[in-house]
Ligand binder design. Sequence first.
Ligand code: PEP
Ligand code: MG
Length: 546
Amino acid sequence: MKHFTGKGIYGAIAIGEISVFKRHDIKVKRIKIDNPEKELDRLEKAKETALSQLEEIYNKALVEVGEANAQVFEVHKMMLEDEDYSDAISEMIKTQSVNAEYAVATTGDNFAEMFATMDDSYMQARAIDVRDISNRLINCLAGNKSSGRGAGPRPGLIICADDLAPSETVSLDKDSVSAFVTAYGSSNSHTAILARNMNIPAIIGVGKDFLDGVKDGDIAIADGFTGTLIINPDQVTLKDYRQRQEAEAEKKELLQKLKGKENITLDGTEINIYANIGNVENIGSVLLNDAGGIGLFRSEFLYLENKDHPTEAQQFNVYKKILESMGGKKVIIRTLDIGADKQAPYFNLEKEENPALGLRAIRICLTRPEIFKTQLRALYRASAYGNLGIMFPMITSVSEVEEILNICQEVKSQLSSENLPYSDKTEIGIMIETPAAAIISDKLAPLVDFFSVGTNDLIQYTLACDRQNPHIDQFCDTHHEAILRLIEMSAKNAHANDAWIGICGELAADTTLTETFLRMGIDELSVSPGFVLKVREKVREINLGK
Ligand code: PEP
Ligand code: MG
Protein backbone atom coordinates (compact mmCIF):
# COMPACT_ATOMS: atom_id res chain seq x y z
CA MET A 1 0.00 0.00 0.00
CA LYS A 2 1.45 3.37 -1.09
CA HIS A 3 0.16 6.88 -0.37
CA PHE A 4 0.54 10.06 -2.40
CA THR A 5 -0.84 13.42 -1.39
CA GLY A 6 -1.88 16.42 -3.42
CA LYS A 7 -4.73 18.87 -3.38
CA GLY A 8 -8.29 17.56 -3.57
CA ILE A 9 -10.35 19.45 -6.13
CA TYR A 10 -13.72 17.78 -5.97
CA GLY A 11 -14.98 16.08 -2.85
CA ALA A 12 -15.77 12.53 -3.91
CA ILE A 13 -14.17 9.11 -3.61
CA ALA A 14 -13.28 6.81 -6.49
CA ILE A 15 -12.05 3.25 -6.27
CA GLY A 16 -10.72 1.93 -9.55
CA GLU A 17 -7.83 0.95 -11.74
CA ILE A 18 -4.91 3.21 -12.53
CA SER A 19 -4.48 4.21 -16.17
CA VAL A 20 -1.35 6.23 -16.84
CA PHE A 21 -2.15 8.83 -19.49
CA LYS A 22 0.00 8.38 -22.55
CA ARG A 23 0.22 11.05 -25.16
CA HIS A 24 -0.76 9.73 -28.57
CA ASP A 25 2.28 11.05 -30.29
CA ILE A 26 3.56 7.93 -31.95
CA LYS A 27 6.26 9.25 -34.26
CA VAL A 28 6.01 7.71 -37.69
CA LYS A 29 8.63 8.42 -40.36
CA ARG A 30 8.03 8.37 -44.10
CA ILE A 31 10.43 5.82 -45.56
CA LYS A 32 10.80 5.12 -49.27
CA ILE A 33 10.59 1.37 -49.87
CA ASP A 34 11.43 -0.65 -52.97
CA ASN A 35 9.42 -3.77 -52.23
CA PRO A 36 5.73 -2.85 -51.82
CA GLU A 37 4.75 -6.54 -51.72
CA LYS A 38 6.84 -7.02 -48.60
CA GLU A 39 5.16 -3.99 -46.97
CA LEU A 40 1.70 -5.32 -47.87
CA ASP A 41 2.65 -8.62 -46.32
CA ARG A 42 3.80 -6.87 -43.11
CA LEU A 43 0.54 -4.93 -43.08
CA GLU A 44 -1.53 -8.10 -43.43
CA LYS A 45 0.30 -9.78 -40.53
CA ALA A 46 -0.07 -6.66 -38.35
CA LYS A 47 -3.78 -6.62 -39.12
CA GLU A 48 -4.16 -10.23 -38.05
CA THR A 49 -2.34 -9.50 -34.77
CA ALA A 50 -4.50 -6.42 -34.17
CA LEU A 51 -7.68 -8.39 -34.83
CA SER A 52 -6.74 -11.13 -32.41
CA GLN A 53 -5.80 -8.49 -29.80
CA LEU A 54 -9.21 -6.91 -30.21
CA GLU A 55 -10.91 -10.29 -29.90
CA GLU A 56 -9.00 -10.91 -26.68
CA ILE A 57 -9.90 -7.49 -25.24
CA TYR A 58 -13.53 -7.89 -26.26
CA ASN A 59 -13.83 -11.19 -24.40
CA LYS A 60 -12.16 -9.74 -21.32
CA ALA A 61 -14.33 -6.62 -21.39
CA LEU A 62 -17.44 -8.73 -21.84
CA VAL A 63 -16.83 -10.36 -18.45
CA GLU A 64 -15.59 -7.23 -16.67
CA VAL A 65 -17.82 -4.45 -17.96
CA GLY A 66 -20.68 -6.15 -19.78
CA GLU A 67 -21.74 -6.40 -23.39
CA ALA A 68 -22.83 -2.79 -23.94
CA ASN A 69 -19.43 -1.47 -22.91
CA ALA A 70 -17.48 -4.20 -24.68
CA GLN A 71 -19.25 -3.46 -27.95
CA VAL A 72 -16.76 -0.76 -28.88
CA PHE A 73 -14.09 -3.41 -29.54
CA GLU A 74 -16.41 -5.13 -32.00
CA VAL A 75 -16.76 -1.78 -33.74
CA HIS A 76 -12.95 -1.47 -33.82
CA LYS A 77 -12.70 -4.88 -35.44
CA MET A 78 -15.21 -3.89 -38.10
CA MET A 79 -13.35 -0.67 -38.78
CA LEU A 80 -10.07 -2.53 -39.09
CA GLU A 81 -11.64 -4.78 -41.70
CA ASP A 82 -13.39 -1.95 -43.50
CA GLU A 83 -12.59 -2.12 -47.23
CA ASP A 84 -12.26 1.64 -47.80
CA TYR A 85 -9.81 1.98 -44.93
CA SER A 86 -7.75 -1.08 -45.95
CA ASP A 87 -7.74 -0.16 -49.65
CA ALA A 88 -6.62 3.39 -48.92
CA ILE A 89 -3.61 2.06 -46.96
CA SER A 90 -2.65 -0.55 -49.58
CA GLU A 91 -3.03 1.93 -52.45
CA MET A 92 -0.74 4.37 -50.72
CA ILE A 93 1.92 1.71 -50.19
CA LYS A 94 1.71 0.65 -53.85
CA THR A 95 1.46 4.02 -55.56
CA GLN A 96 3.75 6.06 -53.34
CA SER A 97 6.22 3.30 -52.34
CA VAL A 98 6.04 4.25 -48.67
CA ASN A 99 6.41 2.13 -45.53
CA ALA A 100 3.24 0.58 -44.06
CA GLU A 101 3.49 2.62 -40.81
CA TYR A 102 3.39 5.88 -42.77
CA ALA A 103 0.48 4.72 -44.94
CA VAL A 104 -1.50 3.65 -41.85
CA ALA A 105 -0.79 6.90 -39.98
CA THR A 106 -1.72 9.11 -42.93
CA THR A 107 -4.86 7.14 -43.79
CA GLY A 108 -5.85 7.13 -40.11
CA ASP A 109 -5.46 10.93 -39.96
CA ASN A 110 -7.45 11.41 -43.16
CA PHE A 111 -10.31 9.19 -42.04
CA ALA A 112 -10.35 10.70 -38.55
CA GLU A 113 -10.53 14.16 -40.02
CA MET A 114 -13.34 13.11 -42.31
CA PHE A 115 -15.33 11.75 -39.34
CA ALA A 116 -14.57 14.79 -37.20
CA THR A 117 -16.05 17.17 -39.75
CA MET A 118 -19.30 15.23 -40.20
CA ASP A 119 -22.51 16.84 -38.95
CA ASP A 120 -23.67 13.80 -37.04
CA SER A 121 -22.23 13.76 -33.50
CA TYR A 122 -22.14 9.94 -33.46
CA MET A 123 -19.99 9.92 -36.60
CA GLN A 124 -17.79 12.71 -35.21
CA ALA A 125 -17.06 10.59 -32.17
CA ARG A 126 -15.77 7.81 -34.46
CA ALA A 127 -12.68 9.94 -35.22
CA ILE A 128 -11.14 8.75 -31.93
CA ASP A 129 -11.84 5.13 -32.87
CA VAL A 130 -10.08 5.45 -36.23
CA ARG A 131 -7.05 6.98 -34.54
CA ASP A 132 -7.15 4.22 -31.98
CA ILE A 133 -7.17 1.37 -34.51
CA SER A 134 -4.48 3.10 -36.59
CA ASN A 135 -2.25 3.44 -33.51
CA ARG A 136 -2.89 -0.21 -32.71
CA LEU A 137 -1.89 -1.23 -36.25
CA ILE A 138 1.28 0.90 -36.06
CA ASN A 139 2.16 -0.71 -32.73
CA CYS A 140 1.67 -4.16 -34.26
CA LEU A 141 3.84 -3.19 -37.23
CA ALA A 142 6.51 -2.21 -34.70
CA GLY A 143 6.24 -5.69 -33.17
CA ASN A 144 4.60 -4.43 -29.95
CA LYS A 145 2.79 -7.41 -28.44
CA SER A 146 0.89 -5.63 -25.66
CA SER A 147 -2.84 -5.75 -26.43
CA GLY A 148 -3.66 -2.64 -24.38
CA ARG A 149 -7.21 -1.44 -24.14
CA GLY A 150 -7.31 1.39 -26.59
CA ALA A 151 -9.73 4.22 -26.03
CA GLY A 152 -12.75 2.07 -25.33
CA PRO A 153 -14.90 2.42 -22.25
CA ARG A 154 -13.76 0.74 -19.11
CA PRO A 155 -15.57 2.11 -16.10
CA GLY A 156 -13.56 3.07 -13.07
CA LEU A 157 -10.27 4.32 -14.51
CA ILE A 158 -8.21 6.66 -12.35
CA ILE A 159 -6.30 8.68 -14.93
CA CYS A 160 -2.78 9.60 -13.77
CA ALA A 161 -0.85 12.21 -15.74
CA ASP A 162 1.79 14.88 -15.35
CA ASP A 163 -0.85 17.38 -16.41
CA LEU A 164 -3.69 17.41 -18.90
CA ALA A 165 -4.22 20.14 -21.46
CA PRO A 166 -7.85 20.95 -22.34
CA SER A 167 -7.20 19.56 -25.83
CA GLU A 168 -6.16 16.27 -24.21
CA THR A 169 -9.09 16.04 -21.83
CA VAL A 170 -11.54 16.40 -24.72
CA SER A 171 -10.12 13.23 -26.28
CA LEU A 172 -10.65 11.15 -23.13
CA ASP A 173 -13.50 8.72 -23.09
CA LYS A 174 -15.30 10.38 -20.18
CA ASP A 175 -17.54 7.39 -19.47
CA SER A 176 -14.56 5.35 -18.33
CA VAL A 177 -12.92 7.97 -16.16
CA SER A 178 -13.66 7.90 -12.44
CA ALA A 179 -10.94 10.27 -11.20
CA PHE A 180 -8.03 12.44 -12.31
CA VAL A 181 -4.69 12.61 -10.52
CA THR A 182 -2.03 14.95 -11.86
CA ALA A 183 1.54 15.75 -10.85
CA TYR A 184 1.02 19.43 -11.61
CA GLY A 185 -2.09 21.55 -12.19
CA SER A 186 -3.86 24.14 -10.09
CA SER A 187 -7.34 24.48 -8.61
CA ASN A 188 -8.55 26.67 -11.45
CA SER A 189 -6.94 24.72 -14.27
CA HIS A 190 -9.31 23.31 -16.84
CA THR A 191 -8.59 19.75 -15.69
CA ALA A 192 -9.95 20.73 -12.30
CA ILE A 193 -12.98 22.38 -13.90
CA LEU A 194 -13.58 19.29 -16.02
CA ALA A 195 -13.47 17.06 -12.94
CA ARG A 196 -16.03 19.27 -11.22
CA ASN A 197 -18.20 19.21 -14.33
CA MET A 198 -18.04 15.44 -14.33
CA ASN A 199 -18.64 15.16 -10.55
CA ILE A 200 -15.59 12.99 -10.08
CA PRO A 201 -12.68 13.38 -7.69
CA ALA A 202 -9.53 15.09 -8.87
CA ILE A 203 -6.25 15.34 -7.04
CA ILE A 204 -3.71 17.79 -8.38
CA GLY A 205 -0.16 18.82 -7.54
CA VAL A 206 0.86 15.35 -6.34
CA GLY A 207 4.44 16.00 -7.47
CA LYS A 208 6.29 14.67 -10.47
CA ASP A 209 7.68 11.55 -8.74
CA PHE A 210 4.28 9.97 -8.26
CA LEU A 211 4.17 8.77 -11.86
CA ASP A 212 7.15 6.49 -11.11
CA GLY A 213 5.12 4.89 -8.33
CA VAL A 214 2.01 3.98 -10.32
CA LYS A 215 1.37 1.65 -13.21
CA ASP A 216 -1.54 0.60 -15.40
CA GLY A 217 -3.86 -1.85 -13.68
CA ASP A 218 -2.92 -0.95 -10.07
CA ILE A 219 -6.01 -0.81 -7.88
CA ALA A 220 -6.24 2.58 -6.21
CA ILE A 221 -8.41 4.87 -4.12
CA ALA A 222 -8.64 8.56 -5.06
CA ASP A 223 -9.96 10.59 -2.15
CA GLY A 224 -10.89 14.03 -3.47
CA PHE A 225 -11.79 15.23 0.06
CA THR A 226 -8.29 14.89 1.46
CA GLY A 227 -6.29 14.84 -1.79
CA THR A 228 -4.98 11.33 -1.09
CA LEU A 229 -4.20 8.65 -3.63
CA ILE A 230 -3.76 5.16 -2.16
CA ILE A 231 -2.19 2.53 -4.40
CA ASN A 232 -2.95 -1.16 -3.82
CA PRO A 233 -4.91 -0.58 -0.60
CA ASP A 234 -5.24 -3.41 1.92
CA GLN A 235 -8.64 -5.00 2.60
CA VAL A 236 -9.32 -2.94 5.74
CA THR A 237 -8.68 0.35 3.90
CA LEU A 238 -10.78 -0.76 0.95
CA LYS A 239 -13.68 -1.65 3.22
CA ASP A 240 -13.42 1.67 5.01
CA TYR A 241 -13.48 3.63 1.73
CA ARG A 242 -16.38 1.60 0.34
CA GLN A 243 -18.36 2.56 3.46
CA ARG A 244 -17.43 6.22 2.96
CA GLN A 245 -18.51 5.99 -0.67
CA GLU A 246 -21.87 4.63 0.45
CA ALA A 247 -22.29 7.43 2.99
CA GLU A 248 -21.54 9.97 0.25
CA ALA A 249 -24.09 8.35 -2.04
CA GLU A 250 -26.68 8.65 0.74
CA LYS A 251 -25.92 12.36 1.14
CA LYS A 252 -26.37 12.82 -2.60
CA GLU A 253 -29.64 10.98 -2.41
CA LEU A 254 -30.83 13.42 0.26
CA LEU A 255 -29.92 16.36 -1.97
CA GLN A 256 -32.19 14.90 -4.64
CA LYS A 257 -35.12 15.87 -2.40
CA LEU A 258 -34.38 19.48 -3.31
CA LYS A 259 -35.23 18.87 -6.94
CA GLY A 260 -38.15 20.99 -8.06
CA LYS A 261 -37.77 23.32 -5.04
CA GLU A 262 -37.17 27.05 -5.40
CA ASN A 263 -33.81 28.76 -4.88
CA ILE A 264 -35.20 31.02 -2.20
CA THR A 265 -33.82 32.27 1.10
CA LEU A 266 -35.75 32.05 4.39
CA ASP A 267 -36.66 35.74 4.01
CA GLY A 268 -37.89 35.30 0.44
CA THR A 269 -34.96 36.44 -1.75
CA GLU A 270 -34.75 34.42 -4.95
CA ILE A 271 -31.74 33.66 -7.10
CA ASN A 272 -31.24 31.71 -10.31
CA ILE A 273 -28.96 28.71 -10.16
CA TYR A 274 -27.70 27.68 -13.58
CA ALA A 275 -25.10 25.18 -14.75
CA ASN A 276 -21.76 25.45 -16.57
CA ILE A 277 -21.07 23.00 -19.36
CA GLY A 278 -18.56 22.49 -22.18
CA ASN A 279 -20.30 19.86 -24.19
CA VAL A 280 -23.74 18.86 -25.49
CA GLU A 281 -23.33 15.57 -23.64
CA ASN A 282 -23.38 17.45 -20.31
CA ILE A 283 -27.02 18.50 -20.83
CA GLY A 284 -28.26 15.27 -19.26
CA SER A 285 -26.45 16.23 -16.08
CA VAL A 286 -27.87 19.78 -16.21
CA LEU A 287 -31.42 18.43 -16.37
CA LEU A 288 -30.76 15.68 -13.84
CA ASN A 289 -29.55 18.23 -11.31
CA ASP A 290 -32.50 20.52 -11.97
CA ALA A 291 -30.51 23.59 -13.03
CA GLY A 292 -32.66 26.56 -14.00
CA GLY A 293 -30.66 27.12 -17.18
CA ILE A 294 -27.18 27.08 -18.60
CA GLY A 295 -25.13 30.01 -17.34
CA LEU A 296 -22.00 29.21 -19.31
CA PHE A 297 -21.52 27.01 -22.33
CA ARG A 298 -17.79 27.08 -23.06
CA SER A 299 -18.09 27.02 -26.86
CA GLU A 300 -14.33 26.77 -27.34
CA PHE A 301 -14.52 23.06 -26.56
CA LEU A 302 -16.29 22.67 -29.88
CA TYR A 303 -13.21 24.17 -31.50
CA LEU A 304 -10.80 22.08 -29.40
CA GLU A 305 -12.56 18.87 -30.43
CA ASN A 306 -12.25 19.74 -34.10
CA LYS A 307 -9.32 19.39 -36.46
CA ASP A 308 -10.30 22.56 -38.26
CA HIS A 309 -12.58 25.55 -37.73
CA PRO A 310 -16.09 24.22 -37.09
CA THR A 311 -18.37 25.35 -39.89
CA GLU A 312 -21.44 27.53 -39.41
CA ALA A 313 -23.70 24.50 -40.03
CA GLN A 314 -21.83 22.36 -37.52
CA GLN A 315 -22.03 25.06 -34.85
CA PHE A 316 -25.66 25.86 -35.62
CA ASN A 317 -26.60 22.20 -35.07
CA VAL A 318 -24.87 22.08 -31.69
CA TYR A 319 -26.30 25.39 -30.41
CA LYS A 320 -29.79 24.51 -31.68
CA LYS A 321 -29.63 21.14 -29.94
CA ILE A 322 -28.68 22.76 -26.63
CA LEU A 323 -31.42 25.36 -26.89
CA GLU A 324 -34.05 22.81 -27.84
CA SER A 325 -32.98 20.41 -25.09
CA MET A 326 -33.33 23.17 -22.50
CA GLY A 327 -36.92 23.80 -23.61
CA GLY A 328 -37.13 27.58 -23.26
CA LYS A 329 -34.87 27.87 -20.20
CA LYS A 330 -32.06 30.41 -20.42
CA VAL A 331 -28.95 29.22 -22.28
CA ILE A 332 -25.89 31.46 -22.22
CA ILE A 333 -23.33 30.56 -24.84
CA ARG A 334 -19.96 32.17 -24.55
CA THR A 335 -18.16 32.94 -27.78
CA LEU A 336 -14.89 31.16 -28.25
CA ASP A 337 -12.28 31.61 -25.56
CA ILE A 338 -9.30 30.09 -27.36
CA GLY A 339 -5.74 31.01 -26.41
CA ALA A 340 -3.68 30.77 -23.20
CA ASP A 341 -4.01 27.14 -22.05
CA LYS A 342 -6.74 26.34 -24.60
CA GLN A 343 -4.88 25.84 -27.85
CA ALA A 344 -6.27 24.49 -31.12
CA PRO A 345 -3.34 23.94 -33.51
CA TYR A 346 -5.24 25.09 -36.61
CA PHE A 347 -5.49 28.62 -35.18
CA ASN A 348 -1.71 28.79 -35.71
CA LEU A 349 -1.27 31.13 -32.77
CA GLU A 350 2.27 32.30 -32.20
CA LYS A 351 4.02 31.15 -29.07
CA GLU A 352 3.76 33.89 -26.47
CA GLU A 353 5.86 34.74 -23.43
CA ASN A 354 2.74 35.43 -21.36
CA PRO A 355 -0.14 33.66 -23.09
CA ALA A 356 -2.69 34.53 -20.38
CA LEU A 357 -1.97 38.18 -21.19
CA GLY A 358 -1.81 37.59 -24.91
CA LEU A 359 -3.96 36.97 -27.91
CA ARG A 360 -6.89 35.08 -26.43
CA ALA A 361 -10.68 35.06 -26.39
CA ILE A 362 -12.31 38.23 -27.73
CA ARG A 363 -8.94 39.50 -28.92
CA ILE A 364 -8.77 36.63 -31.40
CA CYS A 365 -12.37 37.24 -32.46
CA LEU A 366 -11.82 40.93 -33.09
CA THR A 367 -8.59 40.36 -35.01
CA ARG A 368 -10.05 37.47 -37.04
CA PRO A 369 -13.56 38.74 -37.70
CA GLU A 370 -14.42 35.98 -40.19
CA ILE A 371 -14.12 33.32 -37.47
CA PHE A 372 -16.17 35.53 -35.15
CA LYS A 373 -18.89 36.22 -37.70
CA THR A 374 -19.25 32.52 -38.51
CA GLN A 375 -19.86 31.80 -34.83
CA LEU A 376 -22.26 34.73 -34.43
CA ARG A 377 -24.26 33.69 -37.50
CA ALA A 378 -24.59 30.17 -36.06
CA LEU A 379 -25.59 31.58 -32.67
CA TYR A 380 -28.20 34.00 -34.00
CA ARG A 381 -29.66 31.37 -36.30
CA ALA A 382 -29.94 29.00 -33.31
CA SER A 383 -31.55 31.76 -31.22
CA ALA A 384 -34.84 31.09 -33.04
CA TYR A 385 -35.02 27.75 -31.18
CA GLY A 386 -34.93 28.84 -27.55
CA ASN A 387 -33.95 31.44 -24.98
CA LEU A 388 -30.39 32.44 -25.89
CA GLY A 389 -27.92 34.79 -24.28
CA ILE A 390 -24.62 35.45 -26.06
CA MET A 391 -21.69 36.26 -23.83
CA PHE A 392 -18.27 37.66 -24.70
CA PRO A 393 -15.10 36.77 -22.76
CA MET A 394 -12.04 38.80 -21.69
CA ILE A 395 -13.54 42.25 -22.12
CA THR A 396 -11.36 45.17 -21.03
CA SER A 397 -12.84 48.24 -22.74
CA VAL A 398 -15.93 50.07 -23.95
CA SER A 399 -14.60 50.20 -27.51
CA GLU A 400 -14.39 46.39 -27.64
CA VAL A 401 -18.02 46.10 -26.64
CA GLU A 402 -19.07 48.76 -29.17
CA GLU A 403 -17.18 46.90 -31.90
CA ILE A 404 -18.83 43.62 -30.87
CA LEU A 405 -22.29 45.21 -30.95
CA ASN A 406 -21.63 46.58 -34.45
CA ILE A 407 -20.60 43.13 -35.66
CA CYS A 408 -23.71 41.57 -34.06
CA GLN A 409 -25.85 44.15 -35.87
CA GLU A 410 -24.12 43.39 -39.16
CA VAL A 411 -24.68 39.65 -38.70
CA LYS A 412 -28.37 40.16 -37.86
CA SER A 413 -28.89 42.41 -40.92
CA GLN A 414 -27.23 39.79 -43.10
CA LEU A 415 -29.49 37.05 -41.72
CA SER A 416 -32.58 39.22 -42.29
CA SER A 417 -31.57 39.85 -45.89
CA GLU A 418 -31.19 36.09 -46.34
CA ASN A 419 -34.61 35.51 -44.73
CA LEU A 420 -33.03 33.44 -41.98
CA PRO A 421 -34.90 33.74 -38.67
CA TYR A 422 -33.33 34.80 -35.37
CA SER A 423 -34.74 35.91 -32.05
CA ASP A 424 -34.84 39.62 -31.25
CA LYS A 425 -34.96 38.70 -27.58
CA THR A 426 -31.41 37.33 -27.63
CA GLU A 427 -29.63 38.88 -24.67
CA ILE A 428 -26.09 40.21 -24.95
CA GLY A 429 -23.72 39.89 -22.01
CA ILE A 430 -20.08 40.25 -21.19
CA MET A 431 -17.82 38.49 -18.79
CA ILE A 432 -16.35 40.49 -15.97
CA GLU A 433 -13.08 38.65 -15.68
CA THR A 434 -10.52 41.43 -15.87
CA PRO A 435 -10.08 44.10 -13.20
CA ALA A 436 -10.46 46.68 -16.02
CA ALA A 437 -13.97 45.45 -16.83
CA ALA A 438 -15.03 45.56 -13.18
CA ILE A 439 -13.59 49.04 -12.66
CA ILE A 440 -15.36 50.49 -15.73
CA SER A 441 -18.50 48.40 -15.20
CA ASP A 442 -20.51 51.66 -14.88
CA LYS A 443 -19.64 52.39 -18.52
CA LEU A 444 -20.08 48.83 -19.76
CA ALA A 445 -23.41 48.08 -18.10
CA PRO A 446 -25.51 50.48 -20.27
CA LEU A 447 -24.30 48.61 -23.37
CA VAL A 448 -25.40 45.11 -22.37
CA ASP A 449 -28.20 43.05 -20.83
CA PHE A 450 -26.08 41.18 -18.32
CA PHE A 451 -22.70 40.66 -16.72
CA SER A 452 -21.28 37.31 -15.72
CA VAL A 453 -18.30 37.35 -13.39
CA GLY A 454 -15.56 34.93 -14.40
CA THR A 455 -13.85 34.60 -11.06
CA ASN A 456 -11.24 32.13 -12.32
CA ASP A 457 -9.66 34.80 -14.50
CA LEU A 458 -10.67 37.74 -12.32
CA ILE A 459 -8.67 36.18 -9.47
CA GLN A 460 -5.70 35.44 -11.72
CA TYR A 461 -5.56 38.96 -13.15
CA THR A 462 -6.35 40.83 -9.92
CA LEU A 463 -4.00 38.94 -7.63
CA ALA A 464 -1.33 38.42 -10.32
CA CYS A 465 -1.58 34.65 -9.75
CA ASP A 466 -1.22 32.46 -12.86
CA ARG A 467 -4.15 30.03 -12.62
CA GLN A 468 -1.99 27.31 -14.18
CA ASN A 469 0.80 27.59 -11.63
CA PRO A 470 0.47 25.07 -8.76
CA HIS A 471 3.22 26.68 -6.68
CA ILE A 472 1.41 29.88 -5.81
CA ASP A 473 -1.85 28.51 -4.46
CA GLN A 474 -1.00 29.93 -1.02
CA PHE A 475 -0.90 33.45 -2.50
CA CYS A 476 -4.12 32.99 -4.36
CA ASP A 477 -6.70 33.95 -1.75
CA THR A 478 -9.98 33.42 -3.56
CA HIS A 479 -11.82 35.39 -0.85
CA HIS A 480 -9.44 38.37 -1.17
CA GLU A 481 -11.17 41.64 -0.39
CA ALA A 482 -10.10 43.02 -3.77
CA ILE A 483 -12.05 40.29 -5.56
CA LEU A 484 -15.17 40.76 -3.46
CA ARG A 485 -15.04 44.54 -3.90
CA LEU A 486 -14.75 44.19 -7.69
CA ILE A 487 -17.74 41.85 -7.77
CA GLU A 488 -19.79 44.16 -5.54
CA MET A 489 -18.88 47.17 -7.64
CA SER A 490 -19.93 45.35 -10.82
CA ALA A 491 -23.23 44.30 -9.20
CA LYS A 492 -24.06 47.89 -8.21
CA ASN A 493 -23.24 49.19 -11.68
CA ALA A 494 -25.19 46.43 -13.40
CA HIS A 495 -28.33 47.11 -11.35
CA ALA A 496 -28.02 50.88 -11.73
CA ASN A 497 -28.27 50.28 -15.48
CA ASP A 498 -31.05 47.68 -15.53
CA ALA A 499 -28.69 44.84 -16.27
CA TRP A 500 -28.56 41.60 -14.30
CA ILE A 501 -25.40 40.01 -12.96
CA GLY A 502 -24.34 36.41 -12.44
CA ILE A 503 -21.17 34.61 -11.44
CA CYS A 504 -19.98 31.72 -13.59
CA GLY A 505 -16.44 31.22 -12.26
CA GLU A 506 -15.71 28.42 -9.80
CA LEU A 507 -16.27 30.75 -6.85
CA ALA A 508 -20.01 30.62 -7.59
CA ALA A 509 -20.04 27.12 -6.06
CA ASP A 510 -18.21 28.17 -2.89
CA THR A 511 -21.07 27.96 -0.41
CA THR A 512 -19.12 29.87 2.24
CA LEU A 513 -19.67 32.90 -0.02
CA THR A 514 -23.28 32.30 -1.06
CA GLU A 515 -24.65 34.67 1.58
CA THR A 516 -22.10 37.36 0.64
CA PHE A 517 -23.14 37.08 -3.01
CA LEU A 518 -26.82 37.25 -2.12
CA ARG A 519 -26.21 40.37 -0.04
CA MET A 520 -24.44 41.95 -3.03
CA GLY A 521 -27.59 41.32 -5.04
CA ILE A 522 -26.10 38.75 -7.39
CA ASP A 523 -28.97 37.49 -9.57
CA GLU A 524 -27.56 34.21 -10.78
CA LEU A 525 -24.94 31.65 -9.81
CA SER A 526 -23.76 29.27 -12.48
CA VAL A 527 -21.95 26.18 -11.23
CA SER A 528 -20.92 22.72 -12.38
CA PRO A 529 -24.10 20.61 -12.66
CA GLY A 530 -23.19 18.52 -9.60
CA PHE A 531 -23.15 21.65 -7.41
CA VAL A 532 -26.59 22.98 -8.31
CA LEU A 533 -28.46 21.20 -5.52
CA LYS A 534 -25.73 21.91 -2.94
CA VAL A 535 -25.95 25.64 -3.67
CA ARG A 536 -29.77 25.42 -3.59
CA GLU A 537 -29.55 23.77 -0.18
CA LYS A 538 -27.31 26.59 1.05
CA VAL A 539 -29.54 29.34 -0.35
CA ARG A 540 -32.57 27.86 1.41
CA GLU A 541 -30.76 28.00 4.78
CA ILE A 542 -29.88 31.71 4.53
CA ASN A 543 -31.83 34.49 6.19
CA LEU A 544 -30.81 37.87 4.80
CA GLY A 545 -33.15 39.60 7.27
CA LYS A 546 -30.91 38.64 10.17
C1 PEP B 1 -13.65 32.33 -15.56
O1 PEP B 1 -12.62 32.85 -15.95
O2 PEP B 1 -14.04 32.40 -14.38
C2 PEP B 1 -14.50 31.55 -16.49
C3 PEP B 1 -15.70 31.16 -16.15
O3 PEP B 1 -14.00 31.21 -17.69
P1 PEP B 1 -12.85 30.11 -17.94
O4 PEP B 1 -12.64 29.36 -16.66
O5 PEP B 1 -13.32 29.25 -19.05
O6 PEP B 1 -11.67 30.96 -18.32
MG1 MG C 1 -12.21 33.03 -18.05
